[in-house]
Design a protein around this ligand. Structure first.
Ligand SMILES: Cc1cc2nc3c(=O)[nH]c(=O)nc-3n(C[C@H](O)[C@H](O)[C@H](O)COP(=O)(O)OP(=O)(O)OC[C@H]3O[C@@H](n4cnc5c(N)ncnc54)[C@H](O)[C@@H]3O)c2cc1C
Length: 457
Protein backbone atom coordinates (compact mmCIF):
# COMPACT_ATOMS: atom_id res chain seq x y z
CA UNK A 1 0.00 0.00 0.00
CA UNK A 2 1.32 3.45 -0.95
CA UNK A 3 -0.10 6.63 0.52
CA UNK A 4 -0.19 9.83 -1.54
CA UNK A 5 -0.98 13.13 0.11
CA UNK A 6 -2.64 16.10 -1.58
CA UNK A 7 -4.67 19.09 -0.40
CA UNK A 8 -7.76 17.92 -2.27
CA UNK A 9 -8.87 14.56 -3.64
CA UNK A 10 -11.54 14.73 -6.35
CA UNK A 11 -13.40 11.49 -7.08
CA UNK A 12 -14.76 11.61 -10.63
CA UNK A 13 -13.44 13.69 -13.52
CA UNK A 14 -16.69 14.87 -15.16
CA UNK A 15 -17.99 18.45 -15.37
CA UNK A 16 -18.30 18.86 -11.59
CA UNK A 17 -15.09 17.10 -10.63
CA UNK A 18 -12.76 18.61 -13.20
CA UNK A 19 -14.14 22.11 -12.58
CA UNK A 20 -13.38 21.67 -8.86
CA UNK A 21 -9.89 20.42 -9.71
CA UNK A 22 -9.14 23.27 -12.13
CA UNK A 23 -10.31 26.00 -9.75
CA UNK A 24 -8.57 24.44 -6.74
CA UNK A 25 -5.27 24.28 -8.60
CA UNK A 26 -5.69 27.92 -9.65
CA UNK A 27 -6.05 28.74 -5.97
CA UNK A 28 -2.75 27.05 -5.20
CA UNK A 29 -4.02 23.68 -3.95
CA UNK A 30 -2.44 20.35 -4.86
CA UNK A 31 -5.10 18.13 -6.41
CA UNK A 32 -5.49 14.44 -7.26
CA UNK A 33 -8.27 13.86 -9.79
CA UNK A 34 -9.36 10.22 -9.80
CA UNK A 35 -11.15 9.01 -12.94
CA UNK A 36 -11.98 5.44 -13.89
CA UNK A 37 -12.78 6.24 -17.52
CA UNK A 38 -12.00 9.52 -19.30
CA UNK A 39 -11.64 13.01 -17.84
CA UNK A 40 -14.57 15.01 -19.20
CA UNK A 41 -17.16 12.50 -18.03
CA UNK A 42 -20.66 12.09 -19.39
CA UNK A 43 -21.02 15.58 -20.82
CA UNK A 44 -17.94 15.49 -23.03
CA UNK A 45 -17.94 11.83 -24.05
CA UNK A 46 -21.57 10.64 -23.97
CA UNK A 47 -23.76 13.70 -23.34
CA UNK A 48 -23.77 17.39 -24.15
CA UNK A 49 -21.04 17.55 -26.78
CA UNK A 50 -21.72 14.45 -28.94
CA UNK A 51 -25.49 15.03 -28.86
CA UNK A 52 -25.08 18.65 -29.89
CA UNK A 53 -22.81 17.53 -32.74
CA UNK A 54 -25.60 15.18 -33.84
CA UNK A 55 -28.13 18.01 -33.56
CA UNK A 56 -25.91 20.20 -35.73
CA UNK A 57 -25.69 17.48 -38.38
CA UNK A 58 -29.49 17.21 -38.14
CA UNK A 59 -29.85 20.97 -38.62
CA UNK A 60 -27.63 20.84 -41.71
CA UNK A 61 -29.82 18.03 -43.11
CA UNK A 62 -32.94 20.15 -42.51
CA UNK A 63 -31.35 23.17 -44.17
CA UNK A 64 -30.38 21.15 -47.23
CA UNK A 65 -33.87 19.64 -47.39
CA UNK A 66 -35.42 23.13 -47.20
CA UNK A 67 -32.82 24.87 -49.37
CA UNK A 68 -35.28 25.57 -52.18
CA UNK A 69 -37.36 27.76 -49.86
CA UNK A 70 -34.54 30.34 -49.85
CA UNK A 71 -33.70 29.92 -53.52
CA UNK A 72 -30.73 27.61 -53.11
CA UNK A 73 -30.63 24.57 -55.34
CA UNK A 74 -29.59 21.53 -53.34
CA UNK A 75 -30.94 18.13 -52.62
CA UNK A 76 -30.46 15.81 -49.69
CA UNK A 77 -29.30 12.50 -51.04
CA UNK A 78 -28.94 10.81 -47.67
CA UNK A 79 -27.33 10.67 -44.28
CA UNK A 80 -23.96 8.96 -44.07
CA UNK A 81 -23.99 7.41 -40.60
CA UNK A 82 -20.22 6.84 -40.77
CA UNK A 83 -19.63 10.46 -41.76
CA UNK A 84 -21.81 11.72 -38.92
CA UNK A 85 -19.93 9.46 -36.50
CA UNK A 86 -16.54 10.72 -37.73
CA UNK A 87 -17.65 14.35 -37.35
CA UNK A 88 -19.06 13.73 -33.85
CA UNK A 89 -16.02 11.77 -32.68
CA UNK A 90 -13.68 14.40 -34.13
CA UNK A 91 -15.35 17.15 -32.08
CA UNK A 92 -15.20 15.08 -28.88
CA UNK A 93 -11.56 14.11 -29.50
CA UNK A 94 -10.51 17.75 -29.98
CA UNK A 95 -12.30 18.90 -26.84
CA UNK A 96 -10.87 15.94 -24.88
CA UNK A 97 -7.34 16.73 -26.00
CA UNK A 98 -7.81 20.36 -25.00
CA UNK A 99 -9.16 19.40 -21.58
CA UNK A 100 -6.36 16.91 -20.92
CA UNK A 101 -3.83 19.60 -21.83
CA UNK A 102 -5.48 22.10 -19.49
CA UNK A 103 -5.61 19.67 -16.57
CA UNK A 104 -1.92 18.88 -17.09
CA UNK A 105 -0.95 22.53 -17.48
CA UNK A 106 -2.59 23.34 -14.15
CA UNK A 107 -0.41 20.75 -12.44
CA UNK A 108 -3.30 18.45 -11.46
CA UNK A 109 -2.35 14.82 -10.85
CA UNK A 110 -4.79 12.56 -12.67
CA UNK A 111 -5.14 9.07 -11.31
CA UNK A 112 -6.56 6.42 -13.65
CA UNK A 113 -8.69 3.91 -11.78
CA UNK A 114 -11.80 3.31 -9.76
CA UNK A 115 -11.76 5.11 -6.42
CA UNK A 116 -13.54 4.18 -3.22
CA UNK A 117 -14.10 6.36 -0.18
CA UNK A 118 -12.76 4.83 3.03
CA UNK A 119 -14.24 5.24 6.50
CA UNK A 120 -11.33 7.57 7.41
CA UNK A 121 -12.22 9.71 4.33
CA UNK A 122 -9.16 8.78 2.36
CA UNK A 123 -9.75 7.36 -1.12
CA UNK A 124 -8.39 4.02 -2.29
CA UNK A 125 -7.55 3.21 -5.89
CA UNK A 126 -6.32 -0.38 -6.00
CA UNK A 127 -3.45 -0.58 -3.51
CA UNK A 128 -2.89 3.18 -3.46
CA UNK A 129 -4.44 5.44 -0.87
CA UNK A 130 -5.01 9.14 -1.52
CA UNK A 131 -5.27 11.40 1.49
CA UNK A 132 -6.38 15.02 1.48
CA UNK A 133 -7.78 17.52 3.94
CA UNK A 134 -10.84 17.70 1.65
CA UNK A 135 -12.52 15.21 -0.66
CA UNK A 136 -14.90 16.22 -3.46
CA UNK A 137 -17.32 13.51 -4.59
CA UNK A 138 -18.29 13.91 -8.26
CA UNK A 139 -19.16 10.43 -9.48
CA UNK A 140 -22.00 11.54 -11.75
CA UNK A 141 -24.99 9.61 -13.00
CA UNK A 142 -26.16 6.70 -15.15
CA UNK A 143 -29.19 6.17 -17.42
CA UNK A 144 -32.11 4.81 -15.49
CA UNK A 145 -34.63 2.32 -16.77
CA UNK A 146 -38.07 1.22 -15.56
CA UNK A 147 -38.79 -1.90 -13.49
CA UNK A 148 -38.92 -4.93 -15.79
CA UNK A 149 -37.45 -3.03 -18.75
CA UNK A 150 -34.05 -4.52 -19.40
CA UNK A 151 -31.51 -2.61 -21.48
CA UNK A 152 -29.93 -4.70 -24.26
CA UNK A 153 -30.43 -5.71 -27.87
CA UNK A 154 -32.86 -3.25 -29.45
CA UNK A 155 -33.55 -1.50 -26.16
CA UNK A 156 -31.02 1.30 -25.78
CA UNK A 157 -29.95 4.03 -23.40
CA UNK A 158 -28.54 7.28 -24.76
CA UNK A 159 -25.05 5.71 -24.58
CA UNK A 160 -25.95 2.97 -27.07
CA UNK A 161 -28.11 5.32 -29.15
CA UNK A 162 -25.08 7.57 -29.66
CA UNK A 163 -22.97 4.61 -30.67
CA UNK A 164 -25.55 3.27 -33.21
CA UNK A 165 -23.83 2.98 -36.55
CA UNK A 166 -27.01 2.79 -38.58
CA UNK A 167 -29.82 5.26 -39.22
CA UNK A 168 -32.87 3.25 -38.16
CA UNK A 169 -36.19 3.39 -40.01
CA UNK A 170 -38.41 3.60 -36.92
CA UNK A 171 -37.63 4.45 -33.31
CA UNK A 172 -39.69 4.66 -30.13
CA UNK A 173 -38.42 7.09 -27.53
CA UNK A 174 -39.57 6.37 -23.99
CA UNK A 175 -39.53 9.69 -22.13
CA UNK A 176 -40.39 13.16 -23.40
CA UNK A 177 -37.82 15.02 -21.29
CA UNK A 178 -34.76 16.77 -22.60
CA UNK A 179 -32.71 13.72 -23.67
CA UNK A 180 -35.65 11.95 -25.33
CA UNK A 181 -36.76 15.07 -27.15
CA UNK A 182 -33.25 15.80 -28.45
CA UNK A 183 -32.78 12.29 -29.86
CA UNK A 184 -36.29 12.39 -31.36
CA UNK A 185 -35.42 15.65 -33.08
CA UNK A 186 -32.13 14.32 -34.50
CA UNK A 187 -33.66 11.10 -35.78
CA UNK A 188 -36.58 12.89 -37.42
CA UNK A 189 -34.19 15.21 -39.25
CA UNK A 190 -32.38 12.07 -40.45
CA UNK A 191 -35.65 10.77 -41.91
CA UNK A 192 -36.58 8.32 -39.14
CA UNK A 193 -40.21 7.63 -38.11
CA UNK A 194 -40.21 8.64 -34.43
CA UNK A 195 -42.77 8.07 -31.69
CA UNK A 196 -42.27 9.54 -28.22
CA UNK A 197 -44.06 7.88 -25.30
CA UNK A 198 -44.41 10.12 -22.24
CA UNK A 199 -46.44 9.18 -19.16
CA UNK A 200 -47.00 12.80 -18.10
CA UNK A 201 -49.51 14.93 -20.01
CA UNK A 202 -46.87 16.96 -21.89
CA UNK A 203 -43.48 16.88 -23.56
CA UNK A 204 -40.68 18.66 -21.62
CA UNK A 205 -43.00 18.52 -18.60
CA UNK A 206 -40.71 20.60 -16.38
CA UNK A 207 -41.03 23.60 -18.67
CA UNK A 208 -43.73 26.29 -18.70
CA UNK A 209 -46.88 24.83 -20.24
CA UNK A 210 -46.72 27.33 -23.13
CA UNK A 211 -43.33 25.89 -24.11
CA UNK A 212 -44.56 22.29 -23.88
CA UNK A 213 -47.54 23.07 -26.07
CA UNK A 214 -45.36 24.97 -28.53
CA UNK A 215 -42.96 22.03 -28.81
CA UNK A 216 -45.84 19.58 -29.26
CA UNK A 217 -47.23 21.70 -32.13
CA UNK A 218 -43.80 22.01 -33.74
CA UNK A 219 -43.09 18.28 -33.42
CA UNK A 220 -46.51 17.43 -34.87
CA UNK A 221 -45.68 19.62 -37.88
CA UNK A 222 -42.35 17.84 -38.22
CA UNK A 223 -44.11 14.47 -38.26
CA UNK A 224 -42.84 13.36 -34.84
CA UNK A 225 -45.57 11.24 -33.26
CA UNK A 226 -46.15 11.19 -29.54
CA UNK A 227 -48.36 9.55 -26.96
CA UNK A 228 -48.90 11.61 -23.81
CA UNK A 229 -50.43 10.81 -20.43
CA UNK A 230 -50.38 7.00 -20.70
CA UNK A 231 -47.89 4.89 -18.83
CA UNK A 232 -45.56 2.30 -20.28
CA UNK A 233 -46.47 -1.30 -19.48
CA UNK A 234 -43.94 -3.54 -21.23
CA UNK A 235 -41.57 -3.97 -24.14
CA UNK A 236 -40.77 -7.13 -26.07
CA UNK A 237 -38.14 -7.60 -28.75
CA UNK A 238 -37.08 -10.12 -31.36
CA UNK A 239 -34.36 -10.17 -34.01
CA UNK A 240 -35.94 -7.46 -36.12
CA UNK A 241 -38.07 -5.20 -33.95
CA UNK A 242 -39.19 -4.05 -30.52
CA UNK A 243 -42.82 -3.57 -29.46
CA UNK A 244 -43.93 -1.29 -26.64
CA UNK A 245 -47.31 -1.76 -24.95
CA UNK A 246 -48.87 1.01 -22.88
CA UNK A 247 -51.27 0.63 -19.97
CA UNK A 248 -54.25 1.50 -22.19
CA UNK A 249 -53.34 -1.41 -24.49
CA UNK A 250 -51.95 0.67 -27.33
CA UNK A 251 -48.89 -0.77 -29.05
CA UNK A 252 -45.99 0.70 -30.99
CA UNK A 253 -43.42 -1.25 -32.99
CA UNK A 254 -40.05 0.02 -34.18
CA UNK A 255 -36.46 -1.00 -34.91
CA UNK A 256 -35.19 0.38 -31.61
CA UNK A 257 -36.49 1.67 -28.29
CA UNK A 258 -34.56 4.48 -26.62
CA UNK A 259 -35.13 4.54 -22.86
CA UNK A 260 -34.77 8.15 -21.70
CA UNK A 261 -36.58 8.15 -18.37
CA UNK A 262 -34.01 10.03 -16.34
CA UNK A 263 -30.64 9.54 -14.73
CA UNK A 264 -29.82 8.10 -11.34
CA UNK A 265 -26.90 9.06 -9.08
CA UNK A 266 -23.77 6.87 -9.35
CA UNK A 267 -23.19 6.49 -5.62
CA UNK A 268 -23.74 2.78 -4.86
CA UNK A 269 -20.98 0.66 -3.33
CA UNK A 270 -18.41 3.44 -3.21
CA UNK A 271 -18.11 3.54 0.60
CA UNK A 272 -19.95 6.83 0.88
CA UNK A 273 -22.35 5.90 3.69
CA UNK A 274 -19.68 4.04 5.69
CA UNK A 275 -17.68 7.29 5.66
CA UNK A 276 -20.64 9.26 7.07
CA UNK A 277 -22.01 10.67 3.80
CA UNK A 278 -25.81 10.71 3.97
CA UNK A 279 -27.69 9.42 0.91
CA UNK A 280 -31.35 9.94 0.09
CA UNK A 281 -32.57 7.57 -2.63
CA UNK A 282 -28.98 7.44 -3.82
CA UNK A 283 -28.49 11.21 -4.07
CA UNK A 284 -25.99 12.81 -1.70
CA UNK A 285 -27.57 15.02 0.95
CA UNK A 286 -25.69 18.33 1.13
CA UNK A 287 -26.11 21.69 2.82
CA UNK A 288 -26.42 24.90 0.78
CA UNK A 289 -22.64 25.06 0.50
CA UNK A 290 -22.44 21.46 -0.78
CA UNK A 291 -20.96 19.91 2.37
CA UNK A 292 -21.98 16.30 2.90
CA UNK A 293 -22.67 14.71 6.29
CA UNK A 294 -18.98 13.75 6.58
CA UNK A 295 -16.60 16.54 7.66
CA UNK A 296 -14.27 17.62 4.85
CA UNK A 297 -16.27 15.73 2.23
CA UNK A 298 -18.16 17.72 -0.42
CA UNK A 299 -20.38 16.70 -3.34
CA UNK A 300 -20.98 18.31 -6.73
CA UNK A 301 -22.79 17.60 -9.99
CA UNK A 302 -25.43 15.02 -10.83
CA UNK A 303 -25.14 13.21 -7.47
CA UNK A 304 -26.54 16.33 -5.77
CA UNK A 305 -30.35 16.49 -6.01
CA UNK A 306 -31.58 19.11 -8.47
CA UNK A 307 -30.99 19.99 -12.11
CA UNK A 308 -28.65 17.50 -13.78
CA UNK A 309 -26.78 19.90 -16.03
CA UNK A 310 -23.12 20.26 -16.88
CA UNK A 311 -22.99 24.00 -16.20
CA UNK A 312 -24.52 23.42 -12.76
CA UNK A 313 -21.71 20.91 -12.16
CA UNK A 314 -19.10 23.46 -13.30
CA UNK A 315 -20.56 26.11 -11.02
CA UNK A 316 -20.75 23.75 -8.03
CA UNK A 317 -17.20 22.51 -8.61
CA UNK A 318 -15.84 26.05 -8.75
CA UNK A 319 -17.80 27.06 -5.64
CA UNK A 320 -16.57 24.08 -3.59
CA UNK A 321 -12.94 24.70 -4.59
CA UNK A 322 -13.31 28.32 -3.53
CA UNK A 323 -14.90 27.39 -0.19
CA UNK A 324 -12.11 24.93 0.53
CA UNK A 325 -9.65 27.77 -0.20
CA UNK A 326 -11.44 29.99 2.31
CA UNK A 327 -13.39 32.15 -0.15
CA UNK A 328 -17.15 32.79 0.04
CA UNK A 329 -18.68 32.31 -3.41
CA UNK A 330 -22.35 33.13 -3.88
CA UNK A 331 -24.89 30.33 -3.50
CA UNK A 332 -26.70 29.96 -6.82
CA UNK A 333 -30.23 28.54 -6.52
CA UNK A 334 -31.34 26.11 -9.23
CA UNK A 335 -34.00 28.63 -10.30
CA UNK A 336 -31.22 30.90 -11.59
CA UNK A 337 -29.65 28.19 -13.74
CA UNK A 338 -30.56 28.33 -17.43
CA UNK A 339 -31.89 25.16 -19.09
CA UNK A 340 -31.80 24.48 -22.80
CA UNK A 341 -33.35 21.64 -24.79
CA UNK A 342 -31.41 21.73 -28.07
CA UNK A 343 -34.06 20.15 -30.29
CA UNK A 344 -35.54 21.82 -33.36
CA UNK A 345 -37.11 24.03 -32.17
CA UNK A 346 -35.07 24.75 -29.05
CA UNK A 347 -36.64 25.38 -25.67
CA UNK A 348 -34.77 27.56 -23.19
CA UNK A 349 -35.77 28.83 -19.79
CA UNK A 350 -34.64 30.30 -16.51
CA UNK A 351 -36.52 31.13 -13.33
CA UNK A 352 -40.11 30.34 -12.48
CA UNK A 353 -42.80 29.04 -14.81
CA UNK A 354 -46.06 30.96 -14.68
CA UNK A 355 -47.56 28.14 -12.62
CA UNK A 356 -44.70 28.18 -10.10
CA UNK A 357 -44.76 31.98 -9.88
CA UNK A 358 -48.49 31.95 -9.16
CA UNK A 359 -48.01 29.23 -6.53
CA UNK A 360 -45.26 31.28 -4.87
CA UNK A 361 -46.63 34.81 -5.17
CA UNK A 362 -50.37 34.40 -5.78
CA UNK A 363 -52.27 34.88 -9.05
CA UNK A 364 -52.90 38.59 -8.44
CA UNK A 365 -49.19 39.32 -8.00
CA UNK A 366 -48.00 37.81 -11.29
CA UNK A 367 -48.11 39.24 -14.83
CA UNK A 368 -46.96 37.49 -17.99
CA UNK A 369 -46.32 38.64 -21.52
CA UNK A 370 -45.95 36.51 -24.62
CA UNK A 371 -44.26 37.79 -27.76
CA UNK A 372 -44.69 35.64 -30.84
CA UNK A 373 -41.54 35.19 -32.95
CA UNK A 374 -43.75 35.81 -36.01
CA UNK A 375 -43.16 39.49 -35.24
CA UNK A 376 -39.37 39.12 -35.16
CA UNK A 377 -37.53 39.85 -38.42
CA UNK A 378 -34.51 37.60 -37.83
CA UNK A 379 -36.71 34.66 -36.87
CA UNK A 380 -38.69 35.16 -40.08
CA UNK A 381 -35.44 35.22 -42.08
CA UNK A 382 -34.14 31.96 -40.61
CA UNK A 383 -37.59 30.40 -40.93
CA UNK A 384 -38.47 29.74 -37.32
CA UNK A 385 -41.64 30.34 -35.39
CA UNK A 386 -41.77 30.40 -31.64
CA UNK A 387 -42.50 32.38 -28.53
CA UNK A 388 -40.92 34.49 -25.80
CA UNK A 389 -42.75 34.39 -22.49
CA UNK A 390 -41.71 36.60 -19.61
CA UNK A 391 -43.16 36.15 -16.12
CA UNK A 392 -42.85 39.09 -13.76
CA UNK A 393 -44.05 40.05 -10.33
CA UNK A 394 -46.64 42.81 -10.74
CA UNK A 395 -44.71 46.09 -10.46
CA UNK A 396 -41.73 43.96 -9.54
CA UNK A 397 -38.84 41.93 -10.94
CA UNK A 398 -38.69 39.41 -13.75
CA UNK A 399 -39.32 35.97 -12.24
CA UNK A 400 -38.96 33.76 -15.31
CA UNK A 401 -38.03 33.83 -18.98
CA UNK A 402 -39.17 31.07 -21.34
CA UNK A 403 -38.27 30.75 -25.01
CA UNK A 404 -39.08 28.41 -27.87
CA UNK A 405 -37.79 28.62 -31.44
CA UNK A 406 -34.70 27.68 -33.43
CA UNK A 407 -31.48 29.11 -31.91
CA UNK A 408 -33.18 30.62 -28.84
CA UNK A 409 -30.80 28.75 -26.52
CA UNK A 410 -28.27 31.46 -27.27
CA UNK A 411 -30.67 34.09 -25.87
CA UNK A 412 -31.24 32.63 -22.45
CA UNK A 413 -28.24 34.35 -20.87
CA UNK A 414 -30.09 37.65 -21.01
CA UNK A 415 -33.02 36.01 -19.25
CA UNK A 416 -30.63 34.67 -16.63
CA UNK A 417 -29.21 38.13 -15.95
CA UNK A 418 -32.71 39.56 -15.63
CA UNK A 419 -33.85 36.85 -13.20
CA UNK A 420 -30.64 36.66 -11.13
CA UNK A 421 -30.29 40.44 -10.87
CA UNK A 422 -34.01 40.77 -10.08
CA UNK A 423 -34.28 43.34 -12.85
CA UNK A 424 -37.60 45.01 -13.51
CA UNK A 425 -38.72 45.11 -17.15
CA UNK A 426 -38.58 48.90 -16.79
CA UNK A 427 -34.81 48.61 -16.09
CA UNK A 428 -34.24 46.59 -19.26
CA UNK A 429 -36.66 48.39 -21.59
CA UNK A 430 -34.31 51.34 -22.30
CA UNK A 431 -31.44 48.99 -23.24
CA UNK A 432 -31.29 48.50 -26.99
CA UNK A 433 -31.28 45.14 -28.71
CA UNK A 434 -29.45 44.99 -32.05
CA UNK A 435 -31.62 44.83 -35.15
CA UNK A 436 -32.29 42.39 -36.70
CA UNK A 437 -31.57 39.79 -34.04
CA UNK A 438 -33.71 37.26 -32.29
CA UNK A 439 -32.82 38.99 -29.02
CA UNK A 440 -35.14 41.79 -30.08
CA UNK A 441 -38.03 39.48 -29.28
CA UNK A 442 -36.93 39.51 -25.65
CA UNK A 443 -36.52 43.28 -25.85
CA UNK A 444 -40.08 43.58 -27.19
CA UNK A 445 -41.41 41.54 -24.26
CA UNK A 446 -39.61 43.76 -21.75
CA UNK A 447 -40.83 46.89 -23.55
CA UNK A 448 -44.40 45.62 -23.48
CA UNK A 449 -44.18 44.73 -19.79
CA UNK A 450 -42.80 48.22 -19.13
CA UNK A 451 -45.94 49.62 -20.76
CA UNK A 452 -44.36 50.79 -24.06
CA UNK A 453 -44.63 48.04 -26.66
CA UNK A 454 -42.93 48.79 -30.01
CA UNK A 455 -43.81 46.11 -32.58
CA UNK A 456 -46.69 44.73 -30.54
CA UNK A 457 -50.07 45.80 -29.28
C1 LIG B 1 -27.34 12.31 -23.70
C2 LIG B 1 -27.04 13.40 -22.73
C3 LIG B 1 -27.05 14.72 -23.14
C4 LIG B 1 -26.76 15.74 -22.26
N1 LIG B 1 -26.77 17.02 -22.72
C5 LIG B 1 -26.51 18.04 -21.86
C6 LIG B 1 -26.45 19.38 -22.32
O1 LIG B 1 -26.63 19.65 -23.51
N2 LIG B 1 -26.19 20.35 -21.43
C7 LIG B 1 -25.98 20.08 -20.11
O2 LIG B 1 -25.75 21.01 -19.34
N3 LIG B 1 -26.01 18.82 -19.64
C8 LIG B 1 -26.26 17.79 -20.48
N4 LIG B 1 -26.26 16.51 -20.02
C9 LIG B 1 -26.02 16.28 -18.57
C10 LIG B 1 -24.54 16.35 -18.23
O3 LIG B 1 -23.84 15.42 -19.02
C11 LIG B 1 -24.35 16.05 -16.76
O4 LIG B 1 -25.14 16.94 -15.99
C12 LIG B 1 -22.91 16.22 -16.34
O5 LIG B 1 -22.07 15.37 -17.08
C13 LIG B 1 -22.77 15.91 -14.85
O6 LIG B 1 -21.44 16.06 -14.45
P1 LIG B 1 -20.88 15.23 -13.22
O7 LIG B 1 -19.48 15.70 -13.03
O8 LIG B 1 -21.80 15.26 -12.09
O9 LIG B 1 -20.89 13.69 -13.69
P2 LIG B 1 -20.29 12.95 -14.96
O10 LIG B 1 -20.06 13.84 -16.09
O11 LIG B 1 -21.14 11.75 -15.13
O12 LIG B 1 -18.85 12.51 -14.47
C14 LIG B 1 -18.64 11.60 -13.46
C15 LIG B 1 -17.29 10.94 -13.71
O13 LIG B 1 -16.94 10.19 -12.57
C16 LIG B 1 -16.32 8.99 -12.99
N5 LIG B 1 -16.48 8.04 -11.88
C17 LIG B 1 -17.63 7.57 -11.35
N6 LIG B 1 -17.37 6.78 -10.30
C18 LIG B 1 -16.04 6.73 -10.19
C19 LIG B 1 -15.15 6.08 -9.29
N7 LIG B 1 -15.61 5.30 -8.32
N8 LIG B 1 -13.83 6.25 -9.45
C20 LIG B 1 -13.33 7.03 -10.44
N9 LIG B 1 -14.13 7.68 -11.31
C21 LIG B 1 -15.45 7.53 -11.17
C22 LIG B 1 -17.08 8.61 -14.24
O14 LIG B 1 -16.29 7.76 -15.06
C23 LIG B 1 -17.30 9.97 -14.88
O15 LIG B 1 -16.27 10.31 -15.79
C24 LIG B 1 -26.49 15.45 -20.89
C25 LIG B 1 -26.47 14.12 -20.46
C26 LIG B 1 -26.72 13.11 -21.36
C27 LIG B 1 -26.68 11.69 -20.87
Amino acid sequence: MTTHTFDIIVLGGGSGGYAAALRASELGKSVALIEKDKVGGTCLHRGCIPTKALLHAAEVADHVRDAASVGVTASLSGIDAEGVRAYREGIVAKKYKGLEGLVKARGITTVAGEGRLNADRSVSVGDDVYVGSDVVLATGSYSRTLPGLEIGGRILTSDQALALDVIPERVIVLGGGVIGVEFASVWRSFGVEVTIVEALPHLVPNEDIAMSKGLERAFRRRGIQYSLGVRFQRATQDDTSVTVTLEDGSEFTADYLLVAVGRGPATADLGFEEAGVVLDRGFVTVDKELRTGAPGVWAVGDIVPGLQLAHRGFQQGIAVAERIAGLSPAIIPDAQIPKVTYSSPEVASVGLTEEAAVAEHGADAVTTYEYNLAGNGKSEIIGTGGLVKVVRQKDGPVLGVHLIGDRVGELITEGQLAVAWEAHPEDIAPLIHAHPTQSEALGEAFLALAGKPLHAL
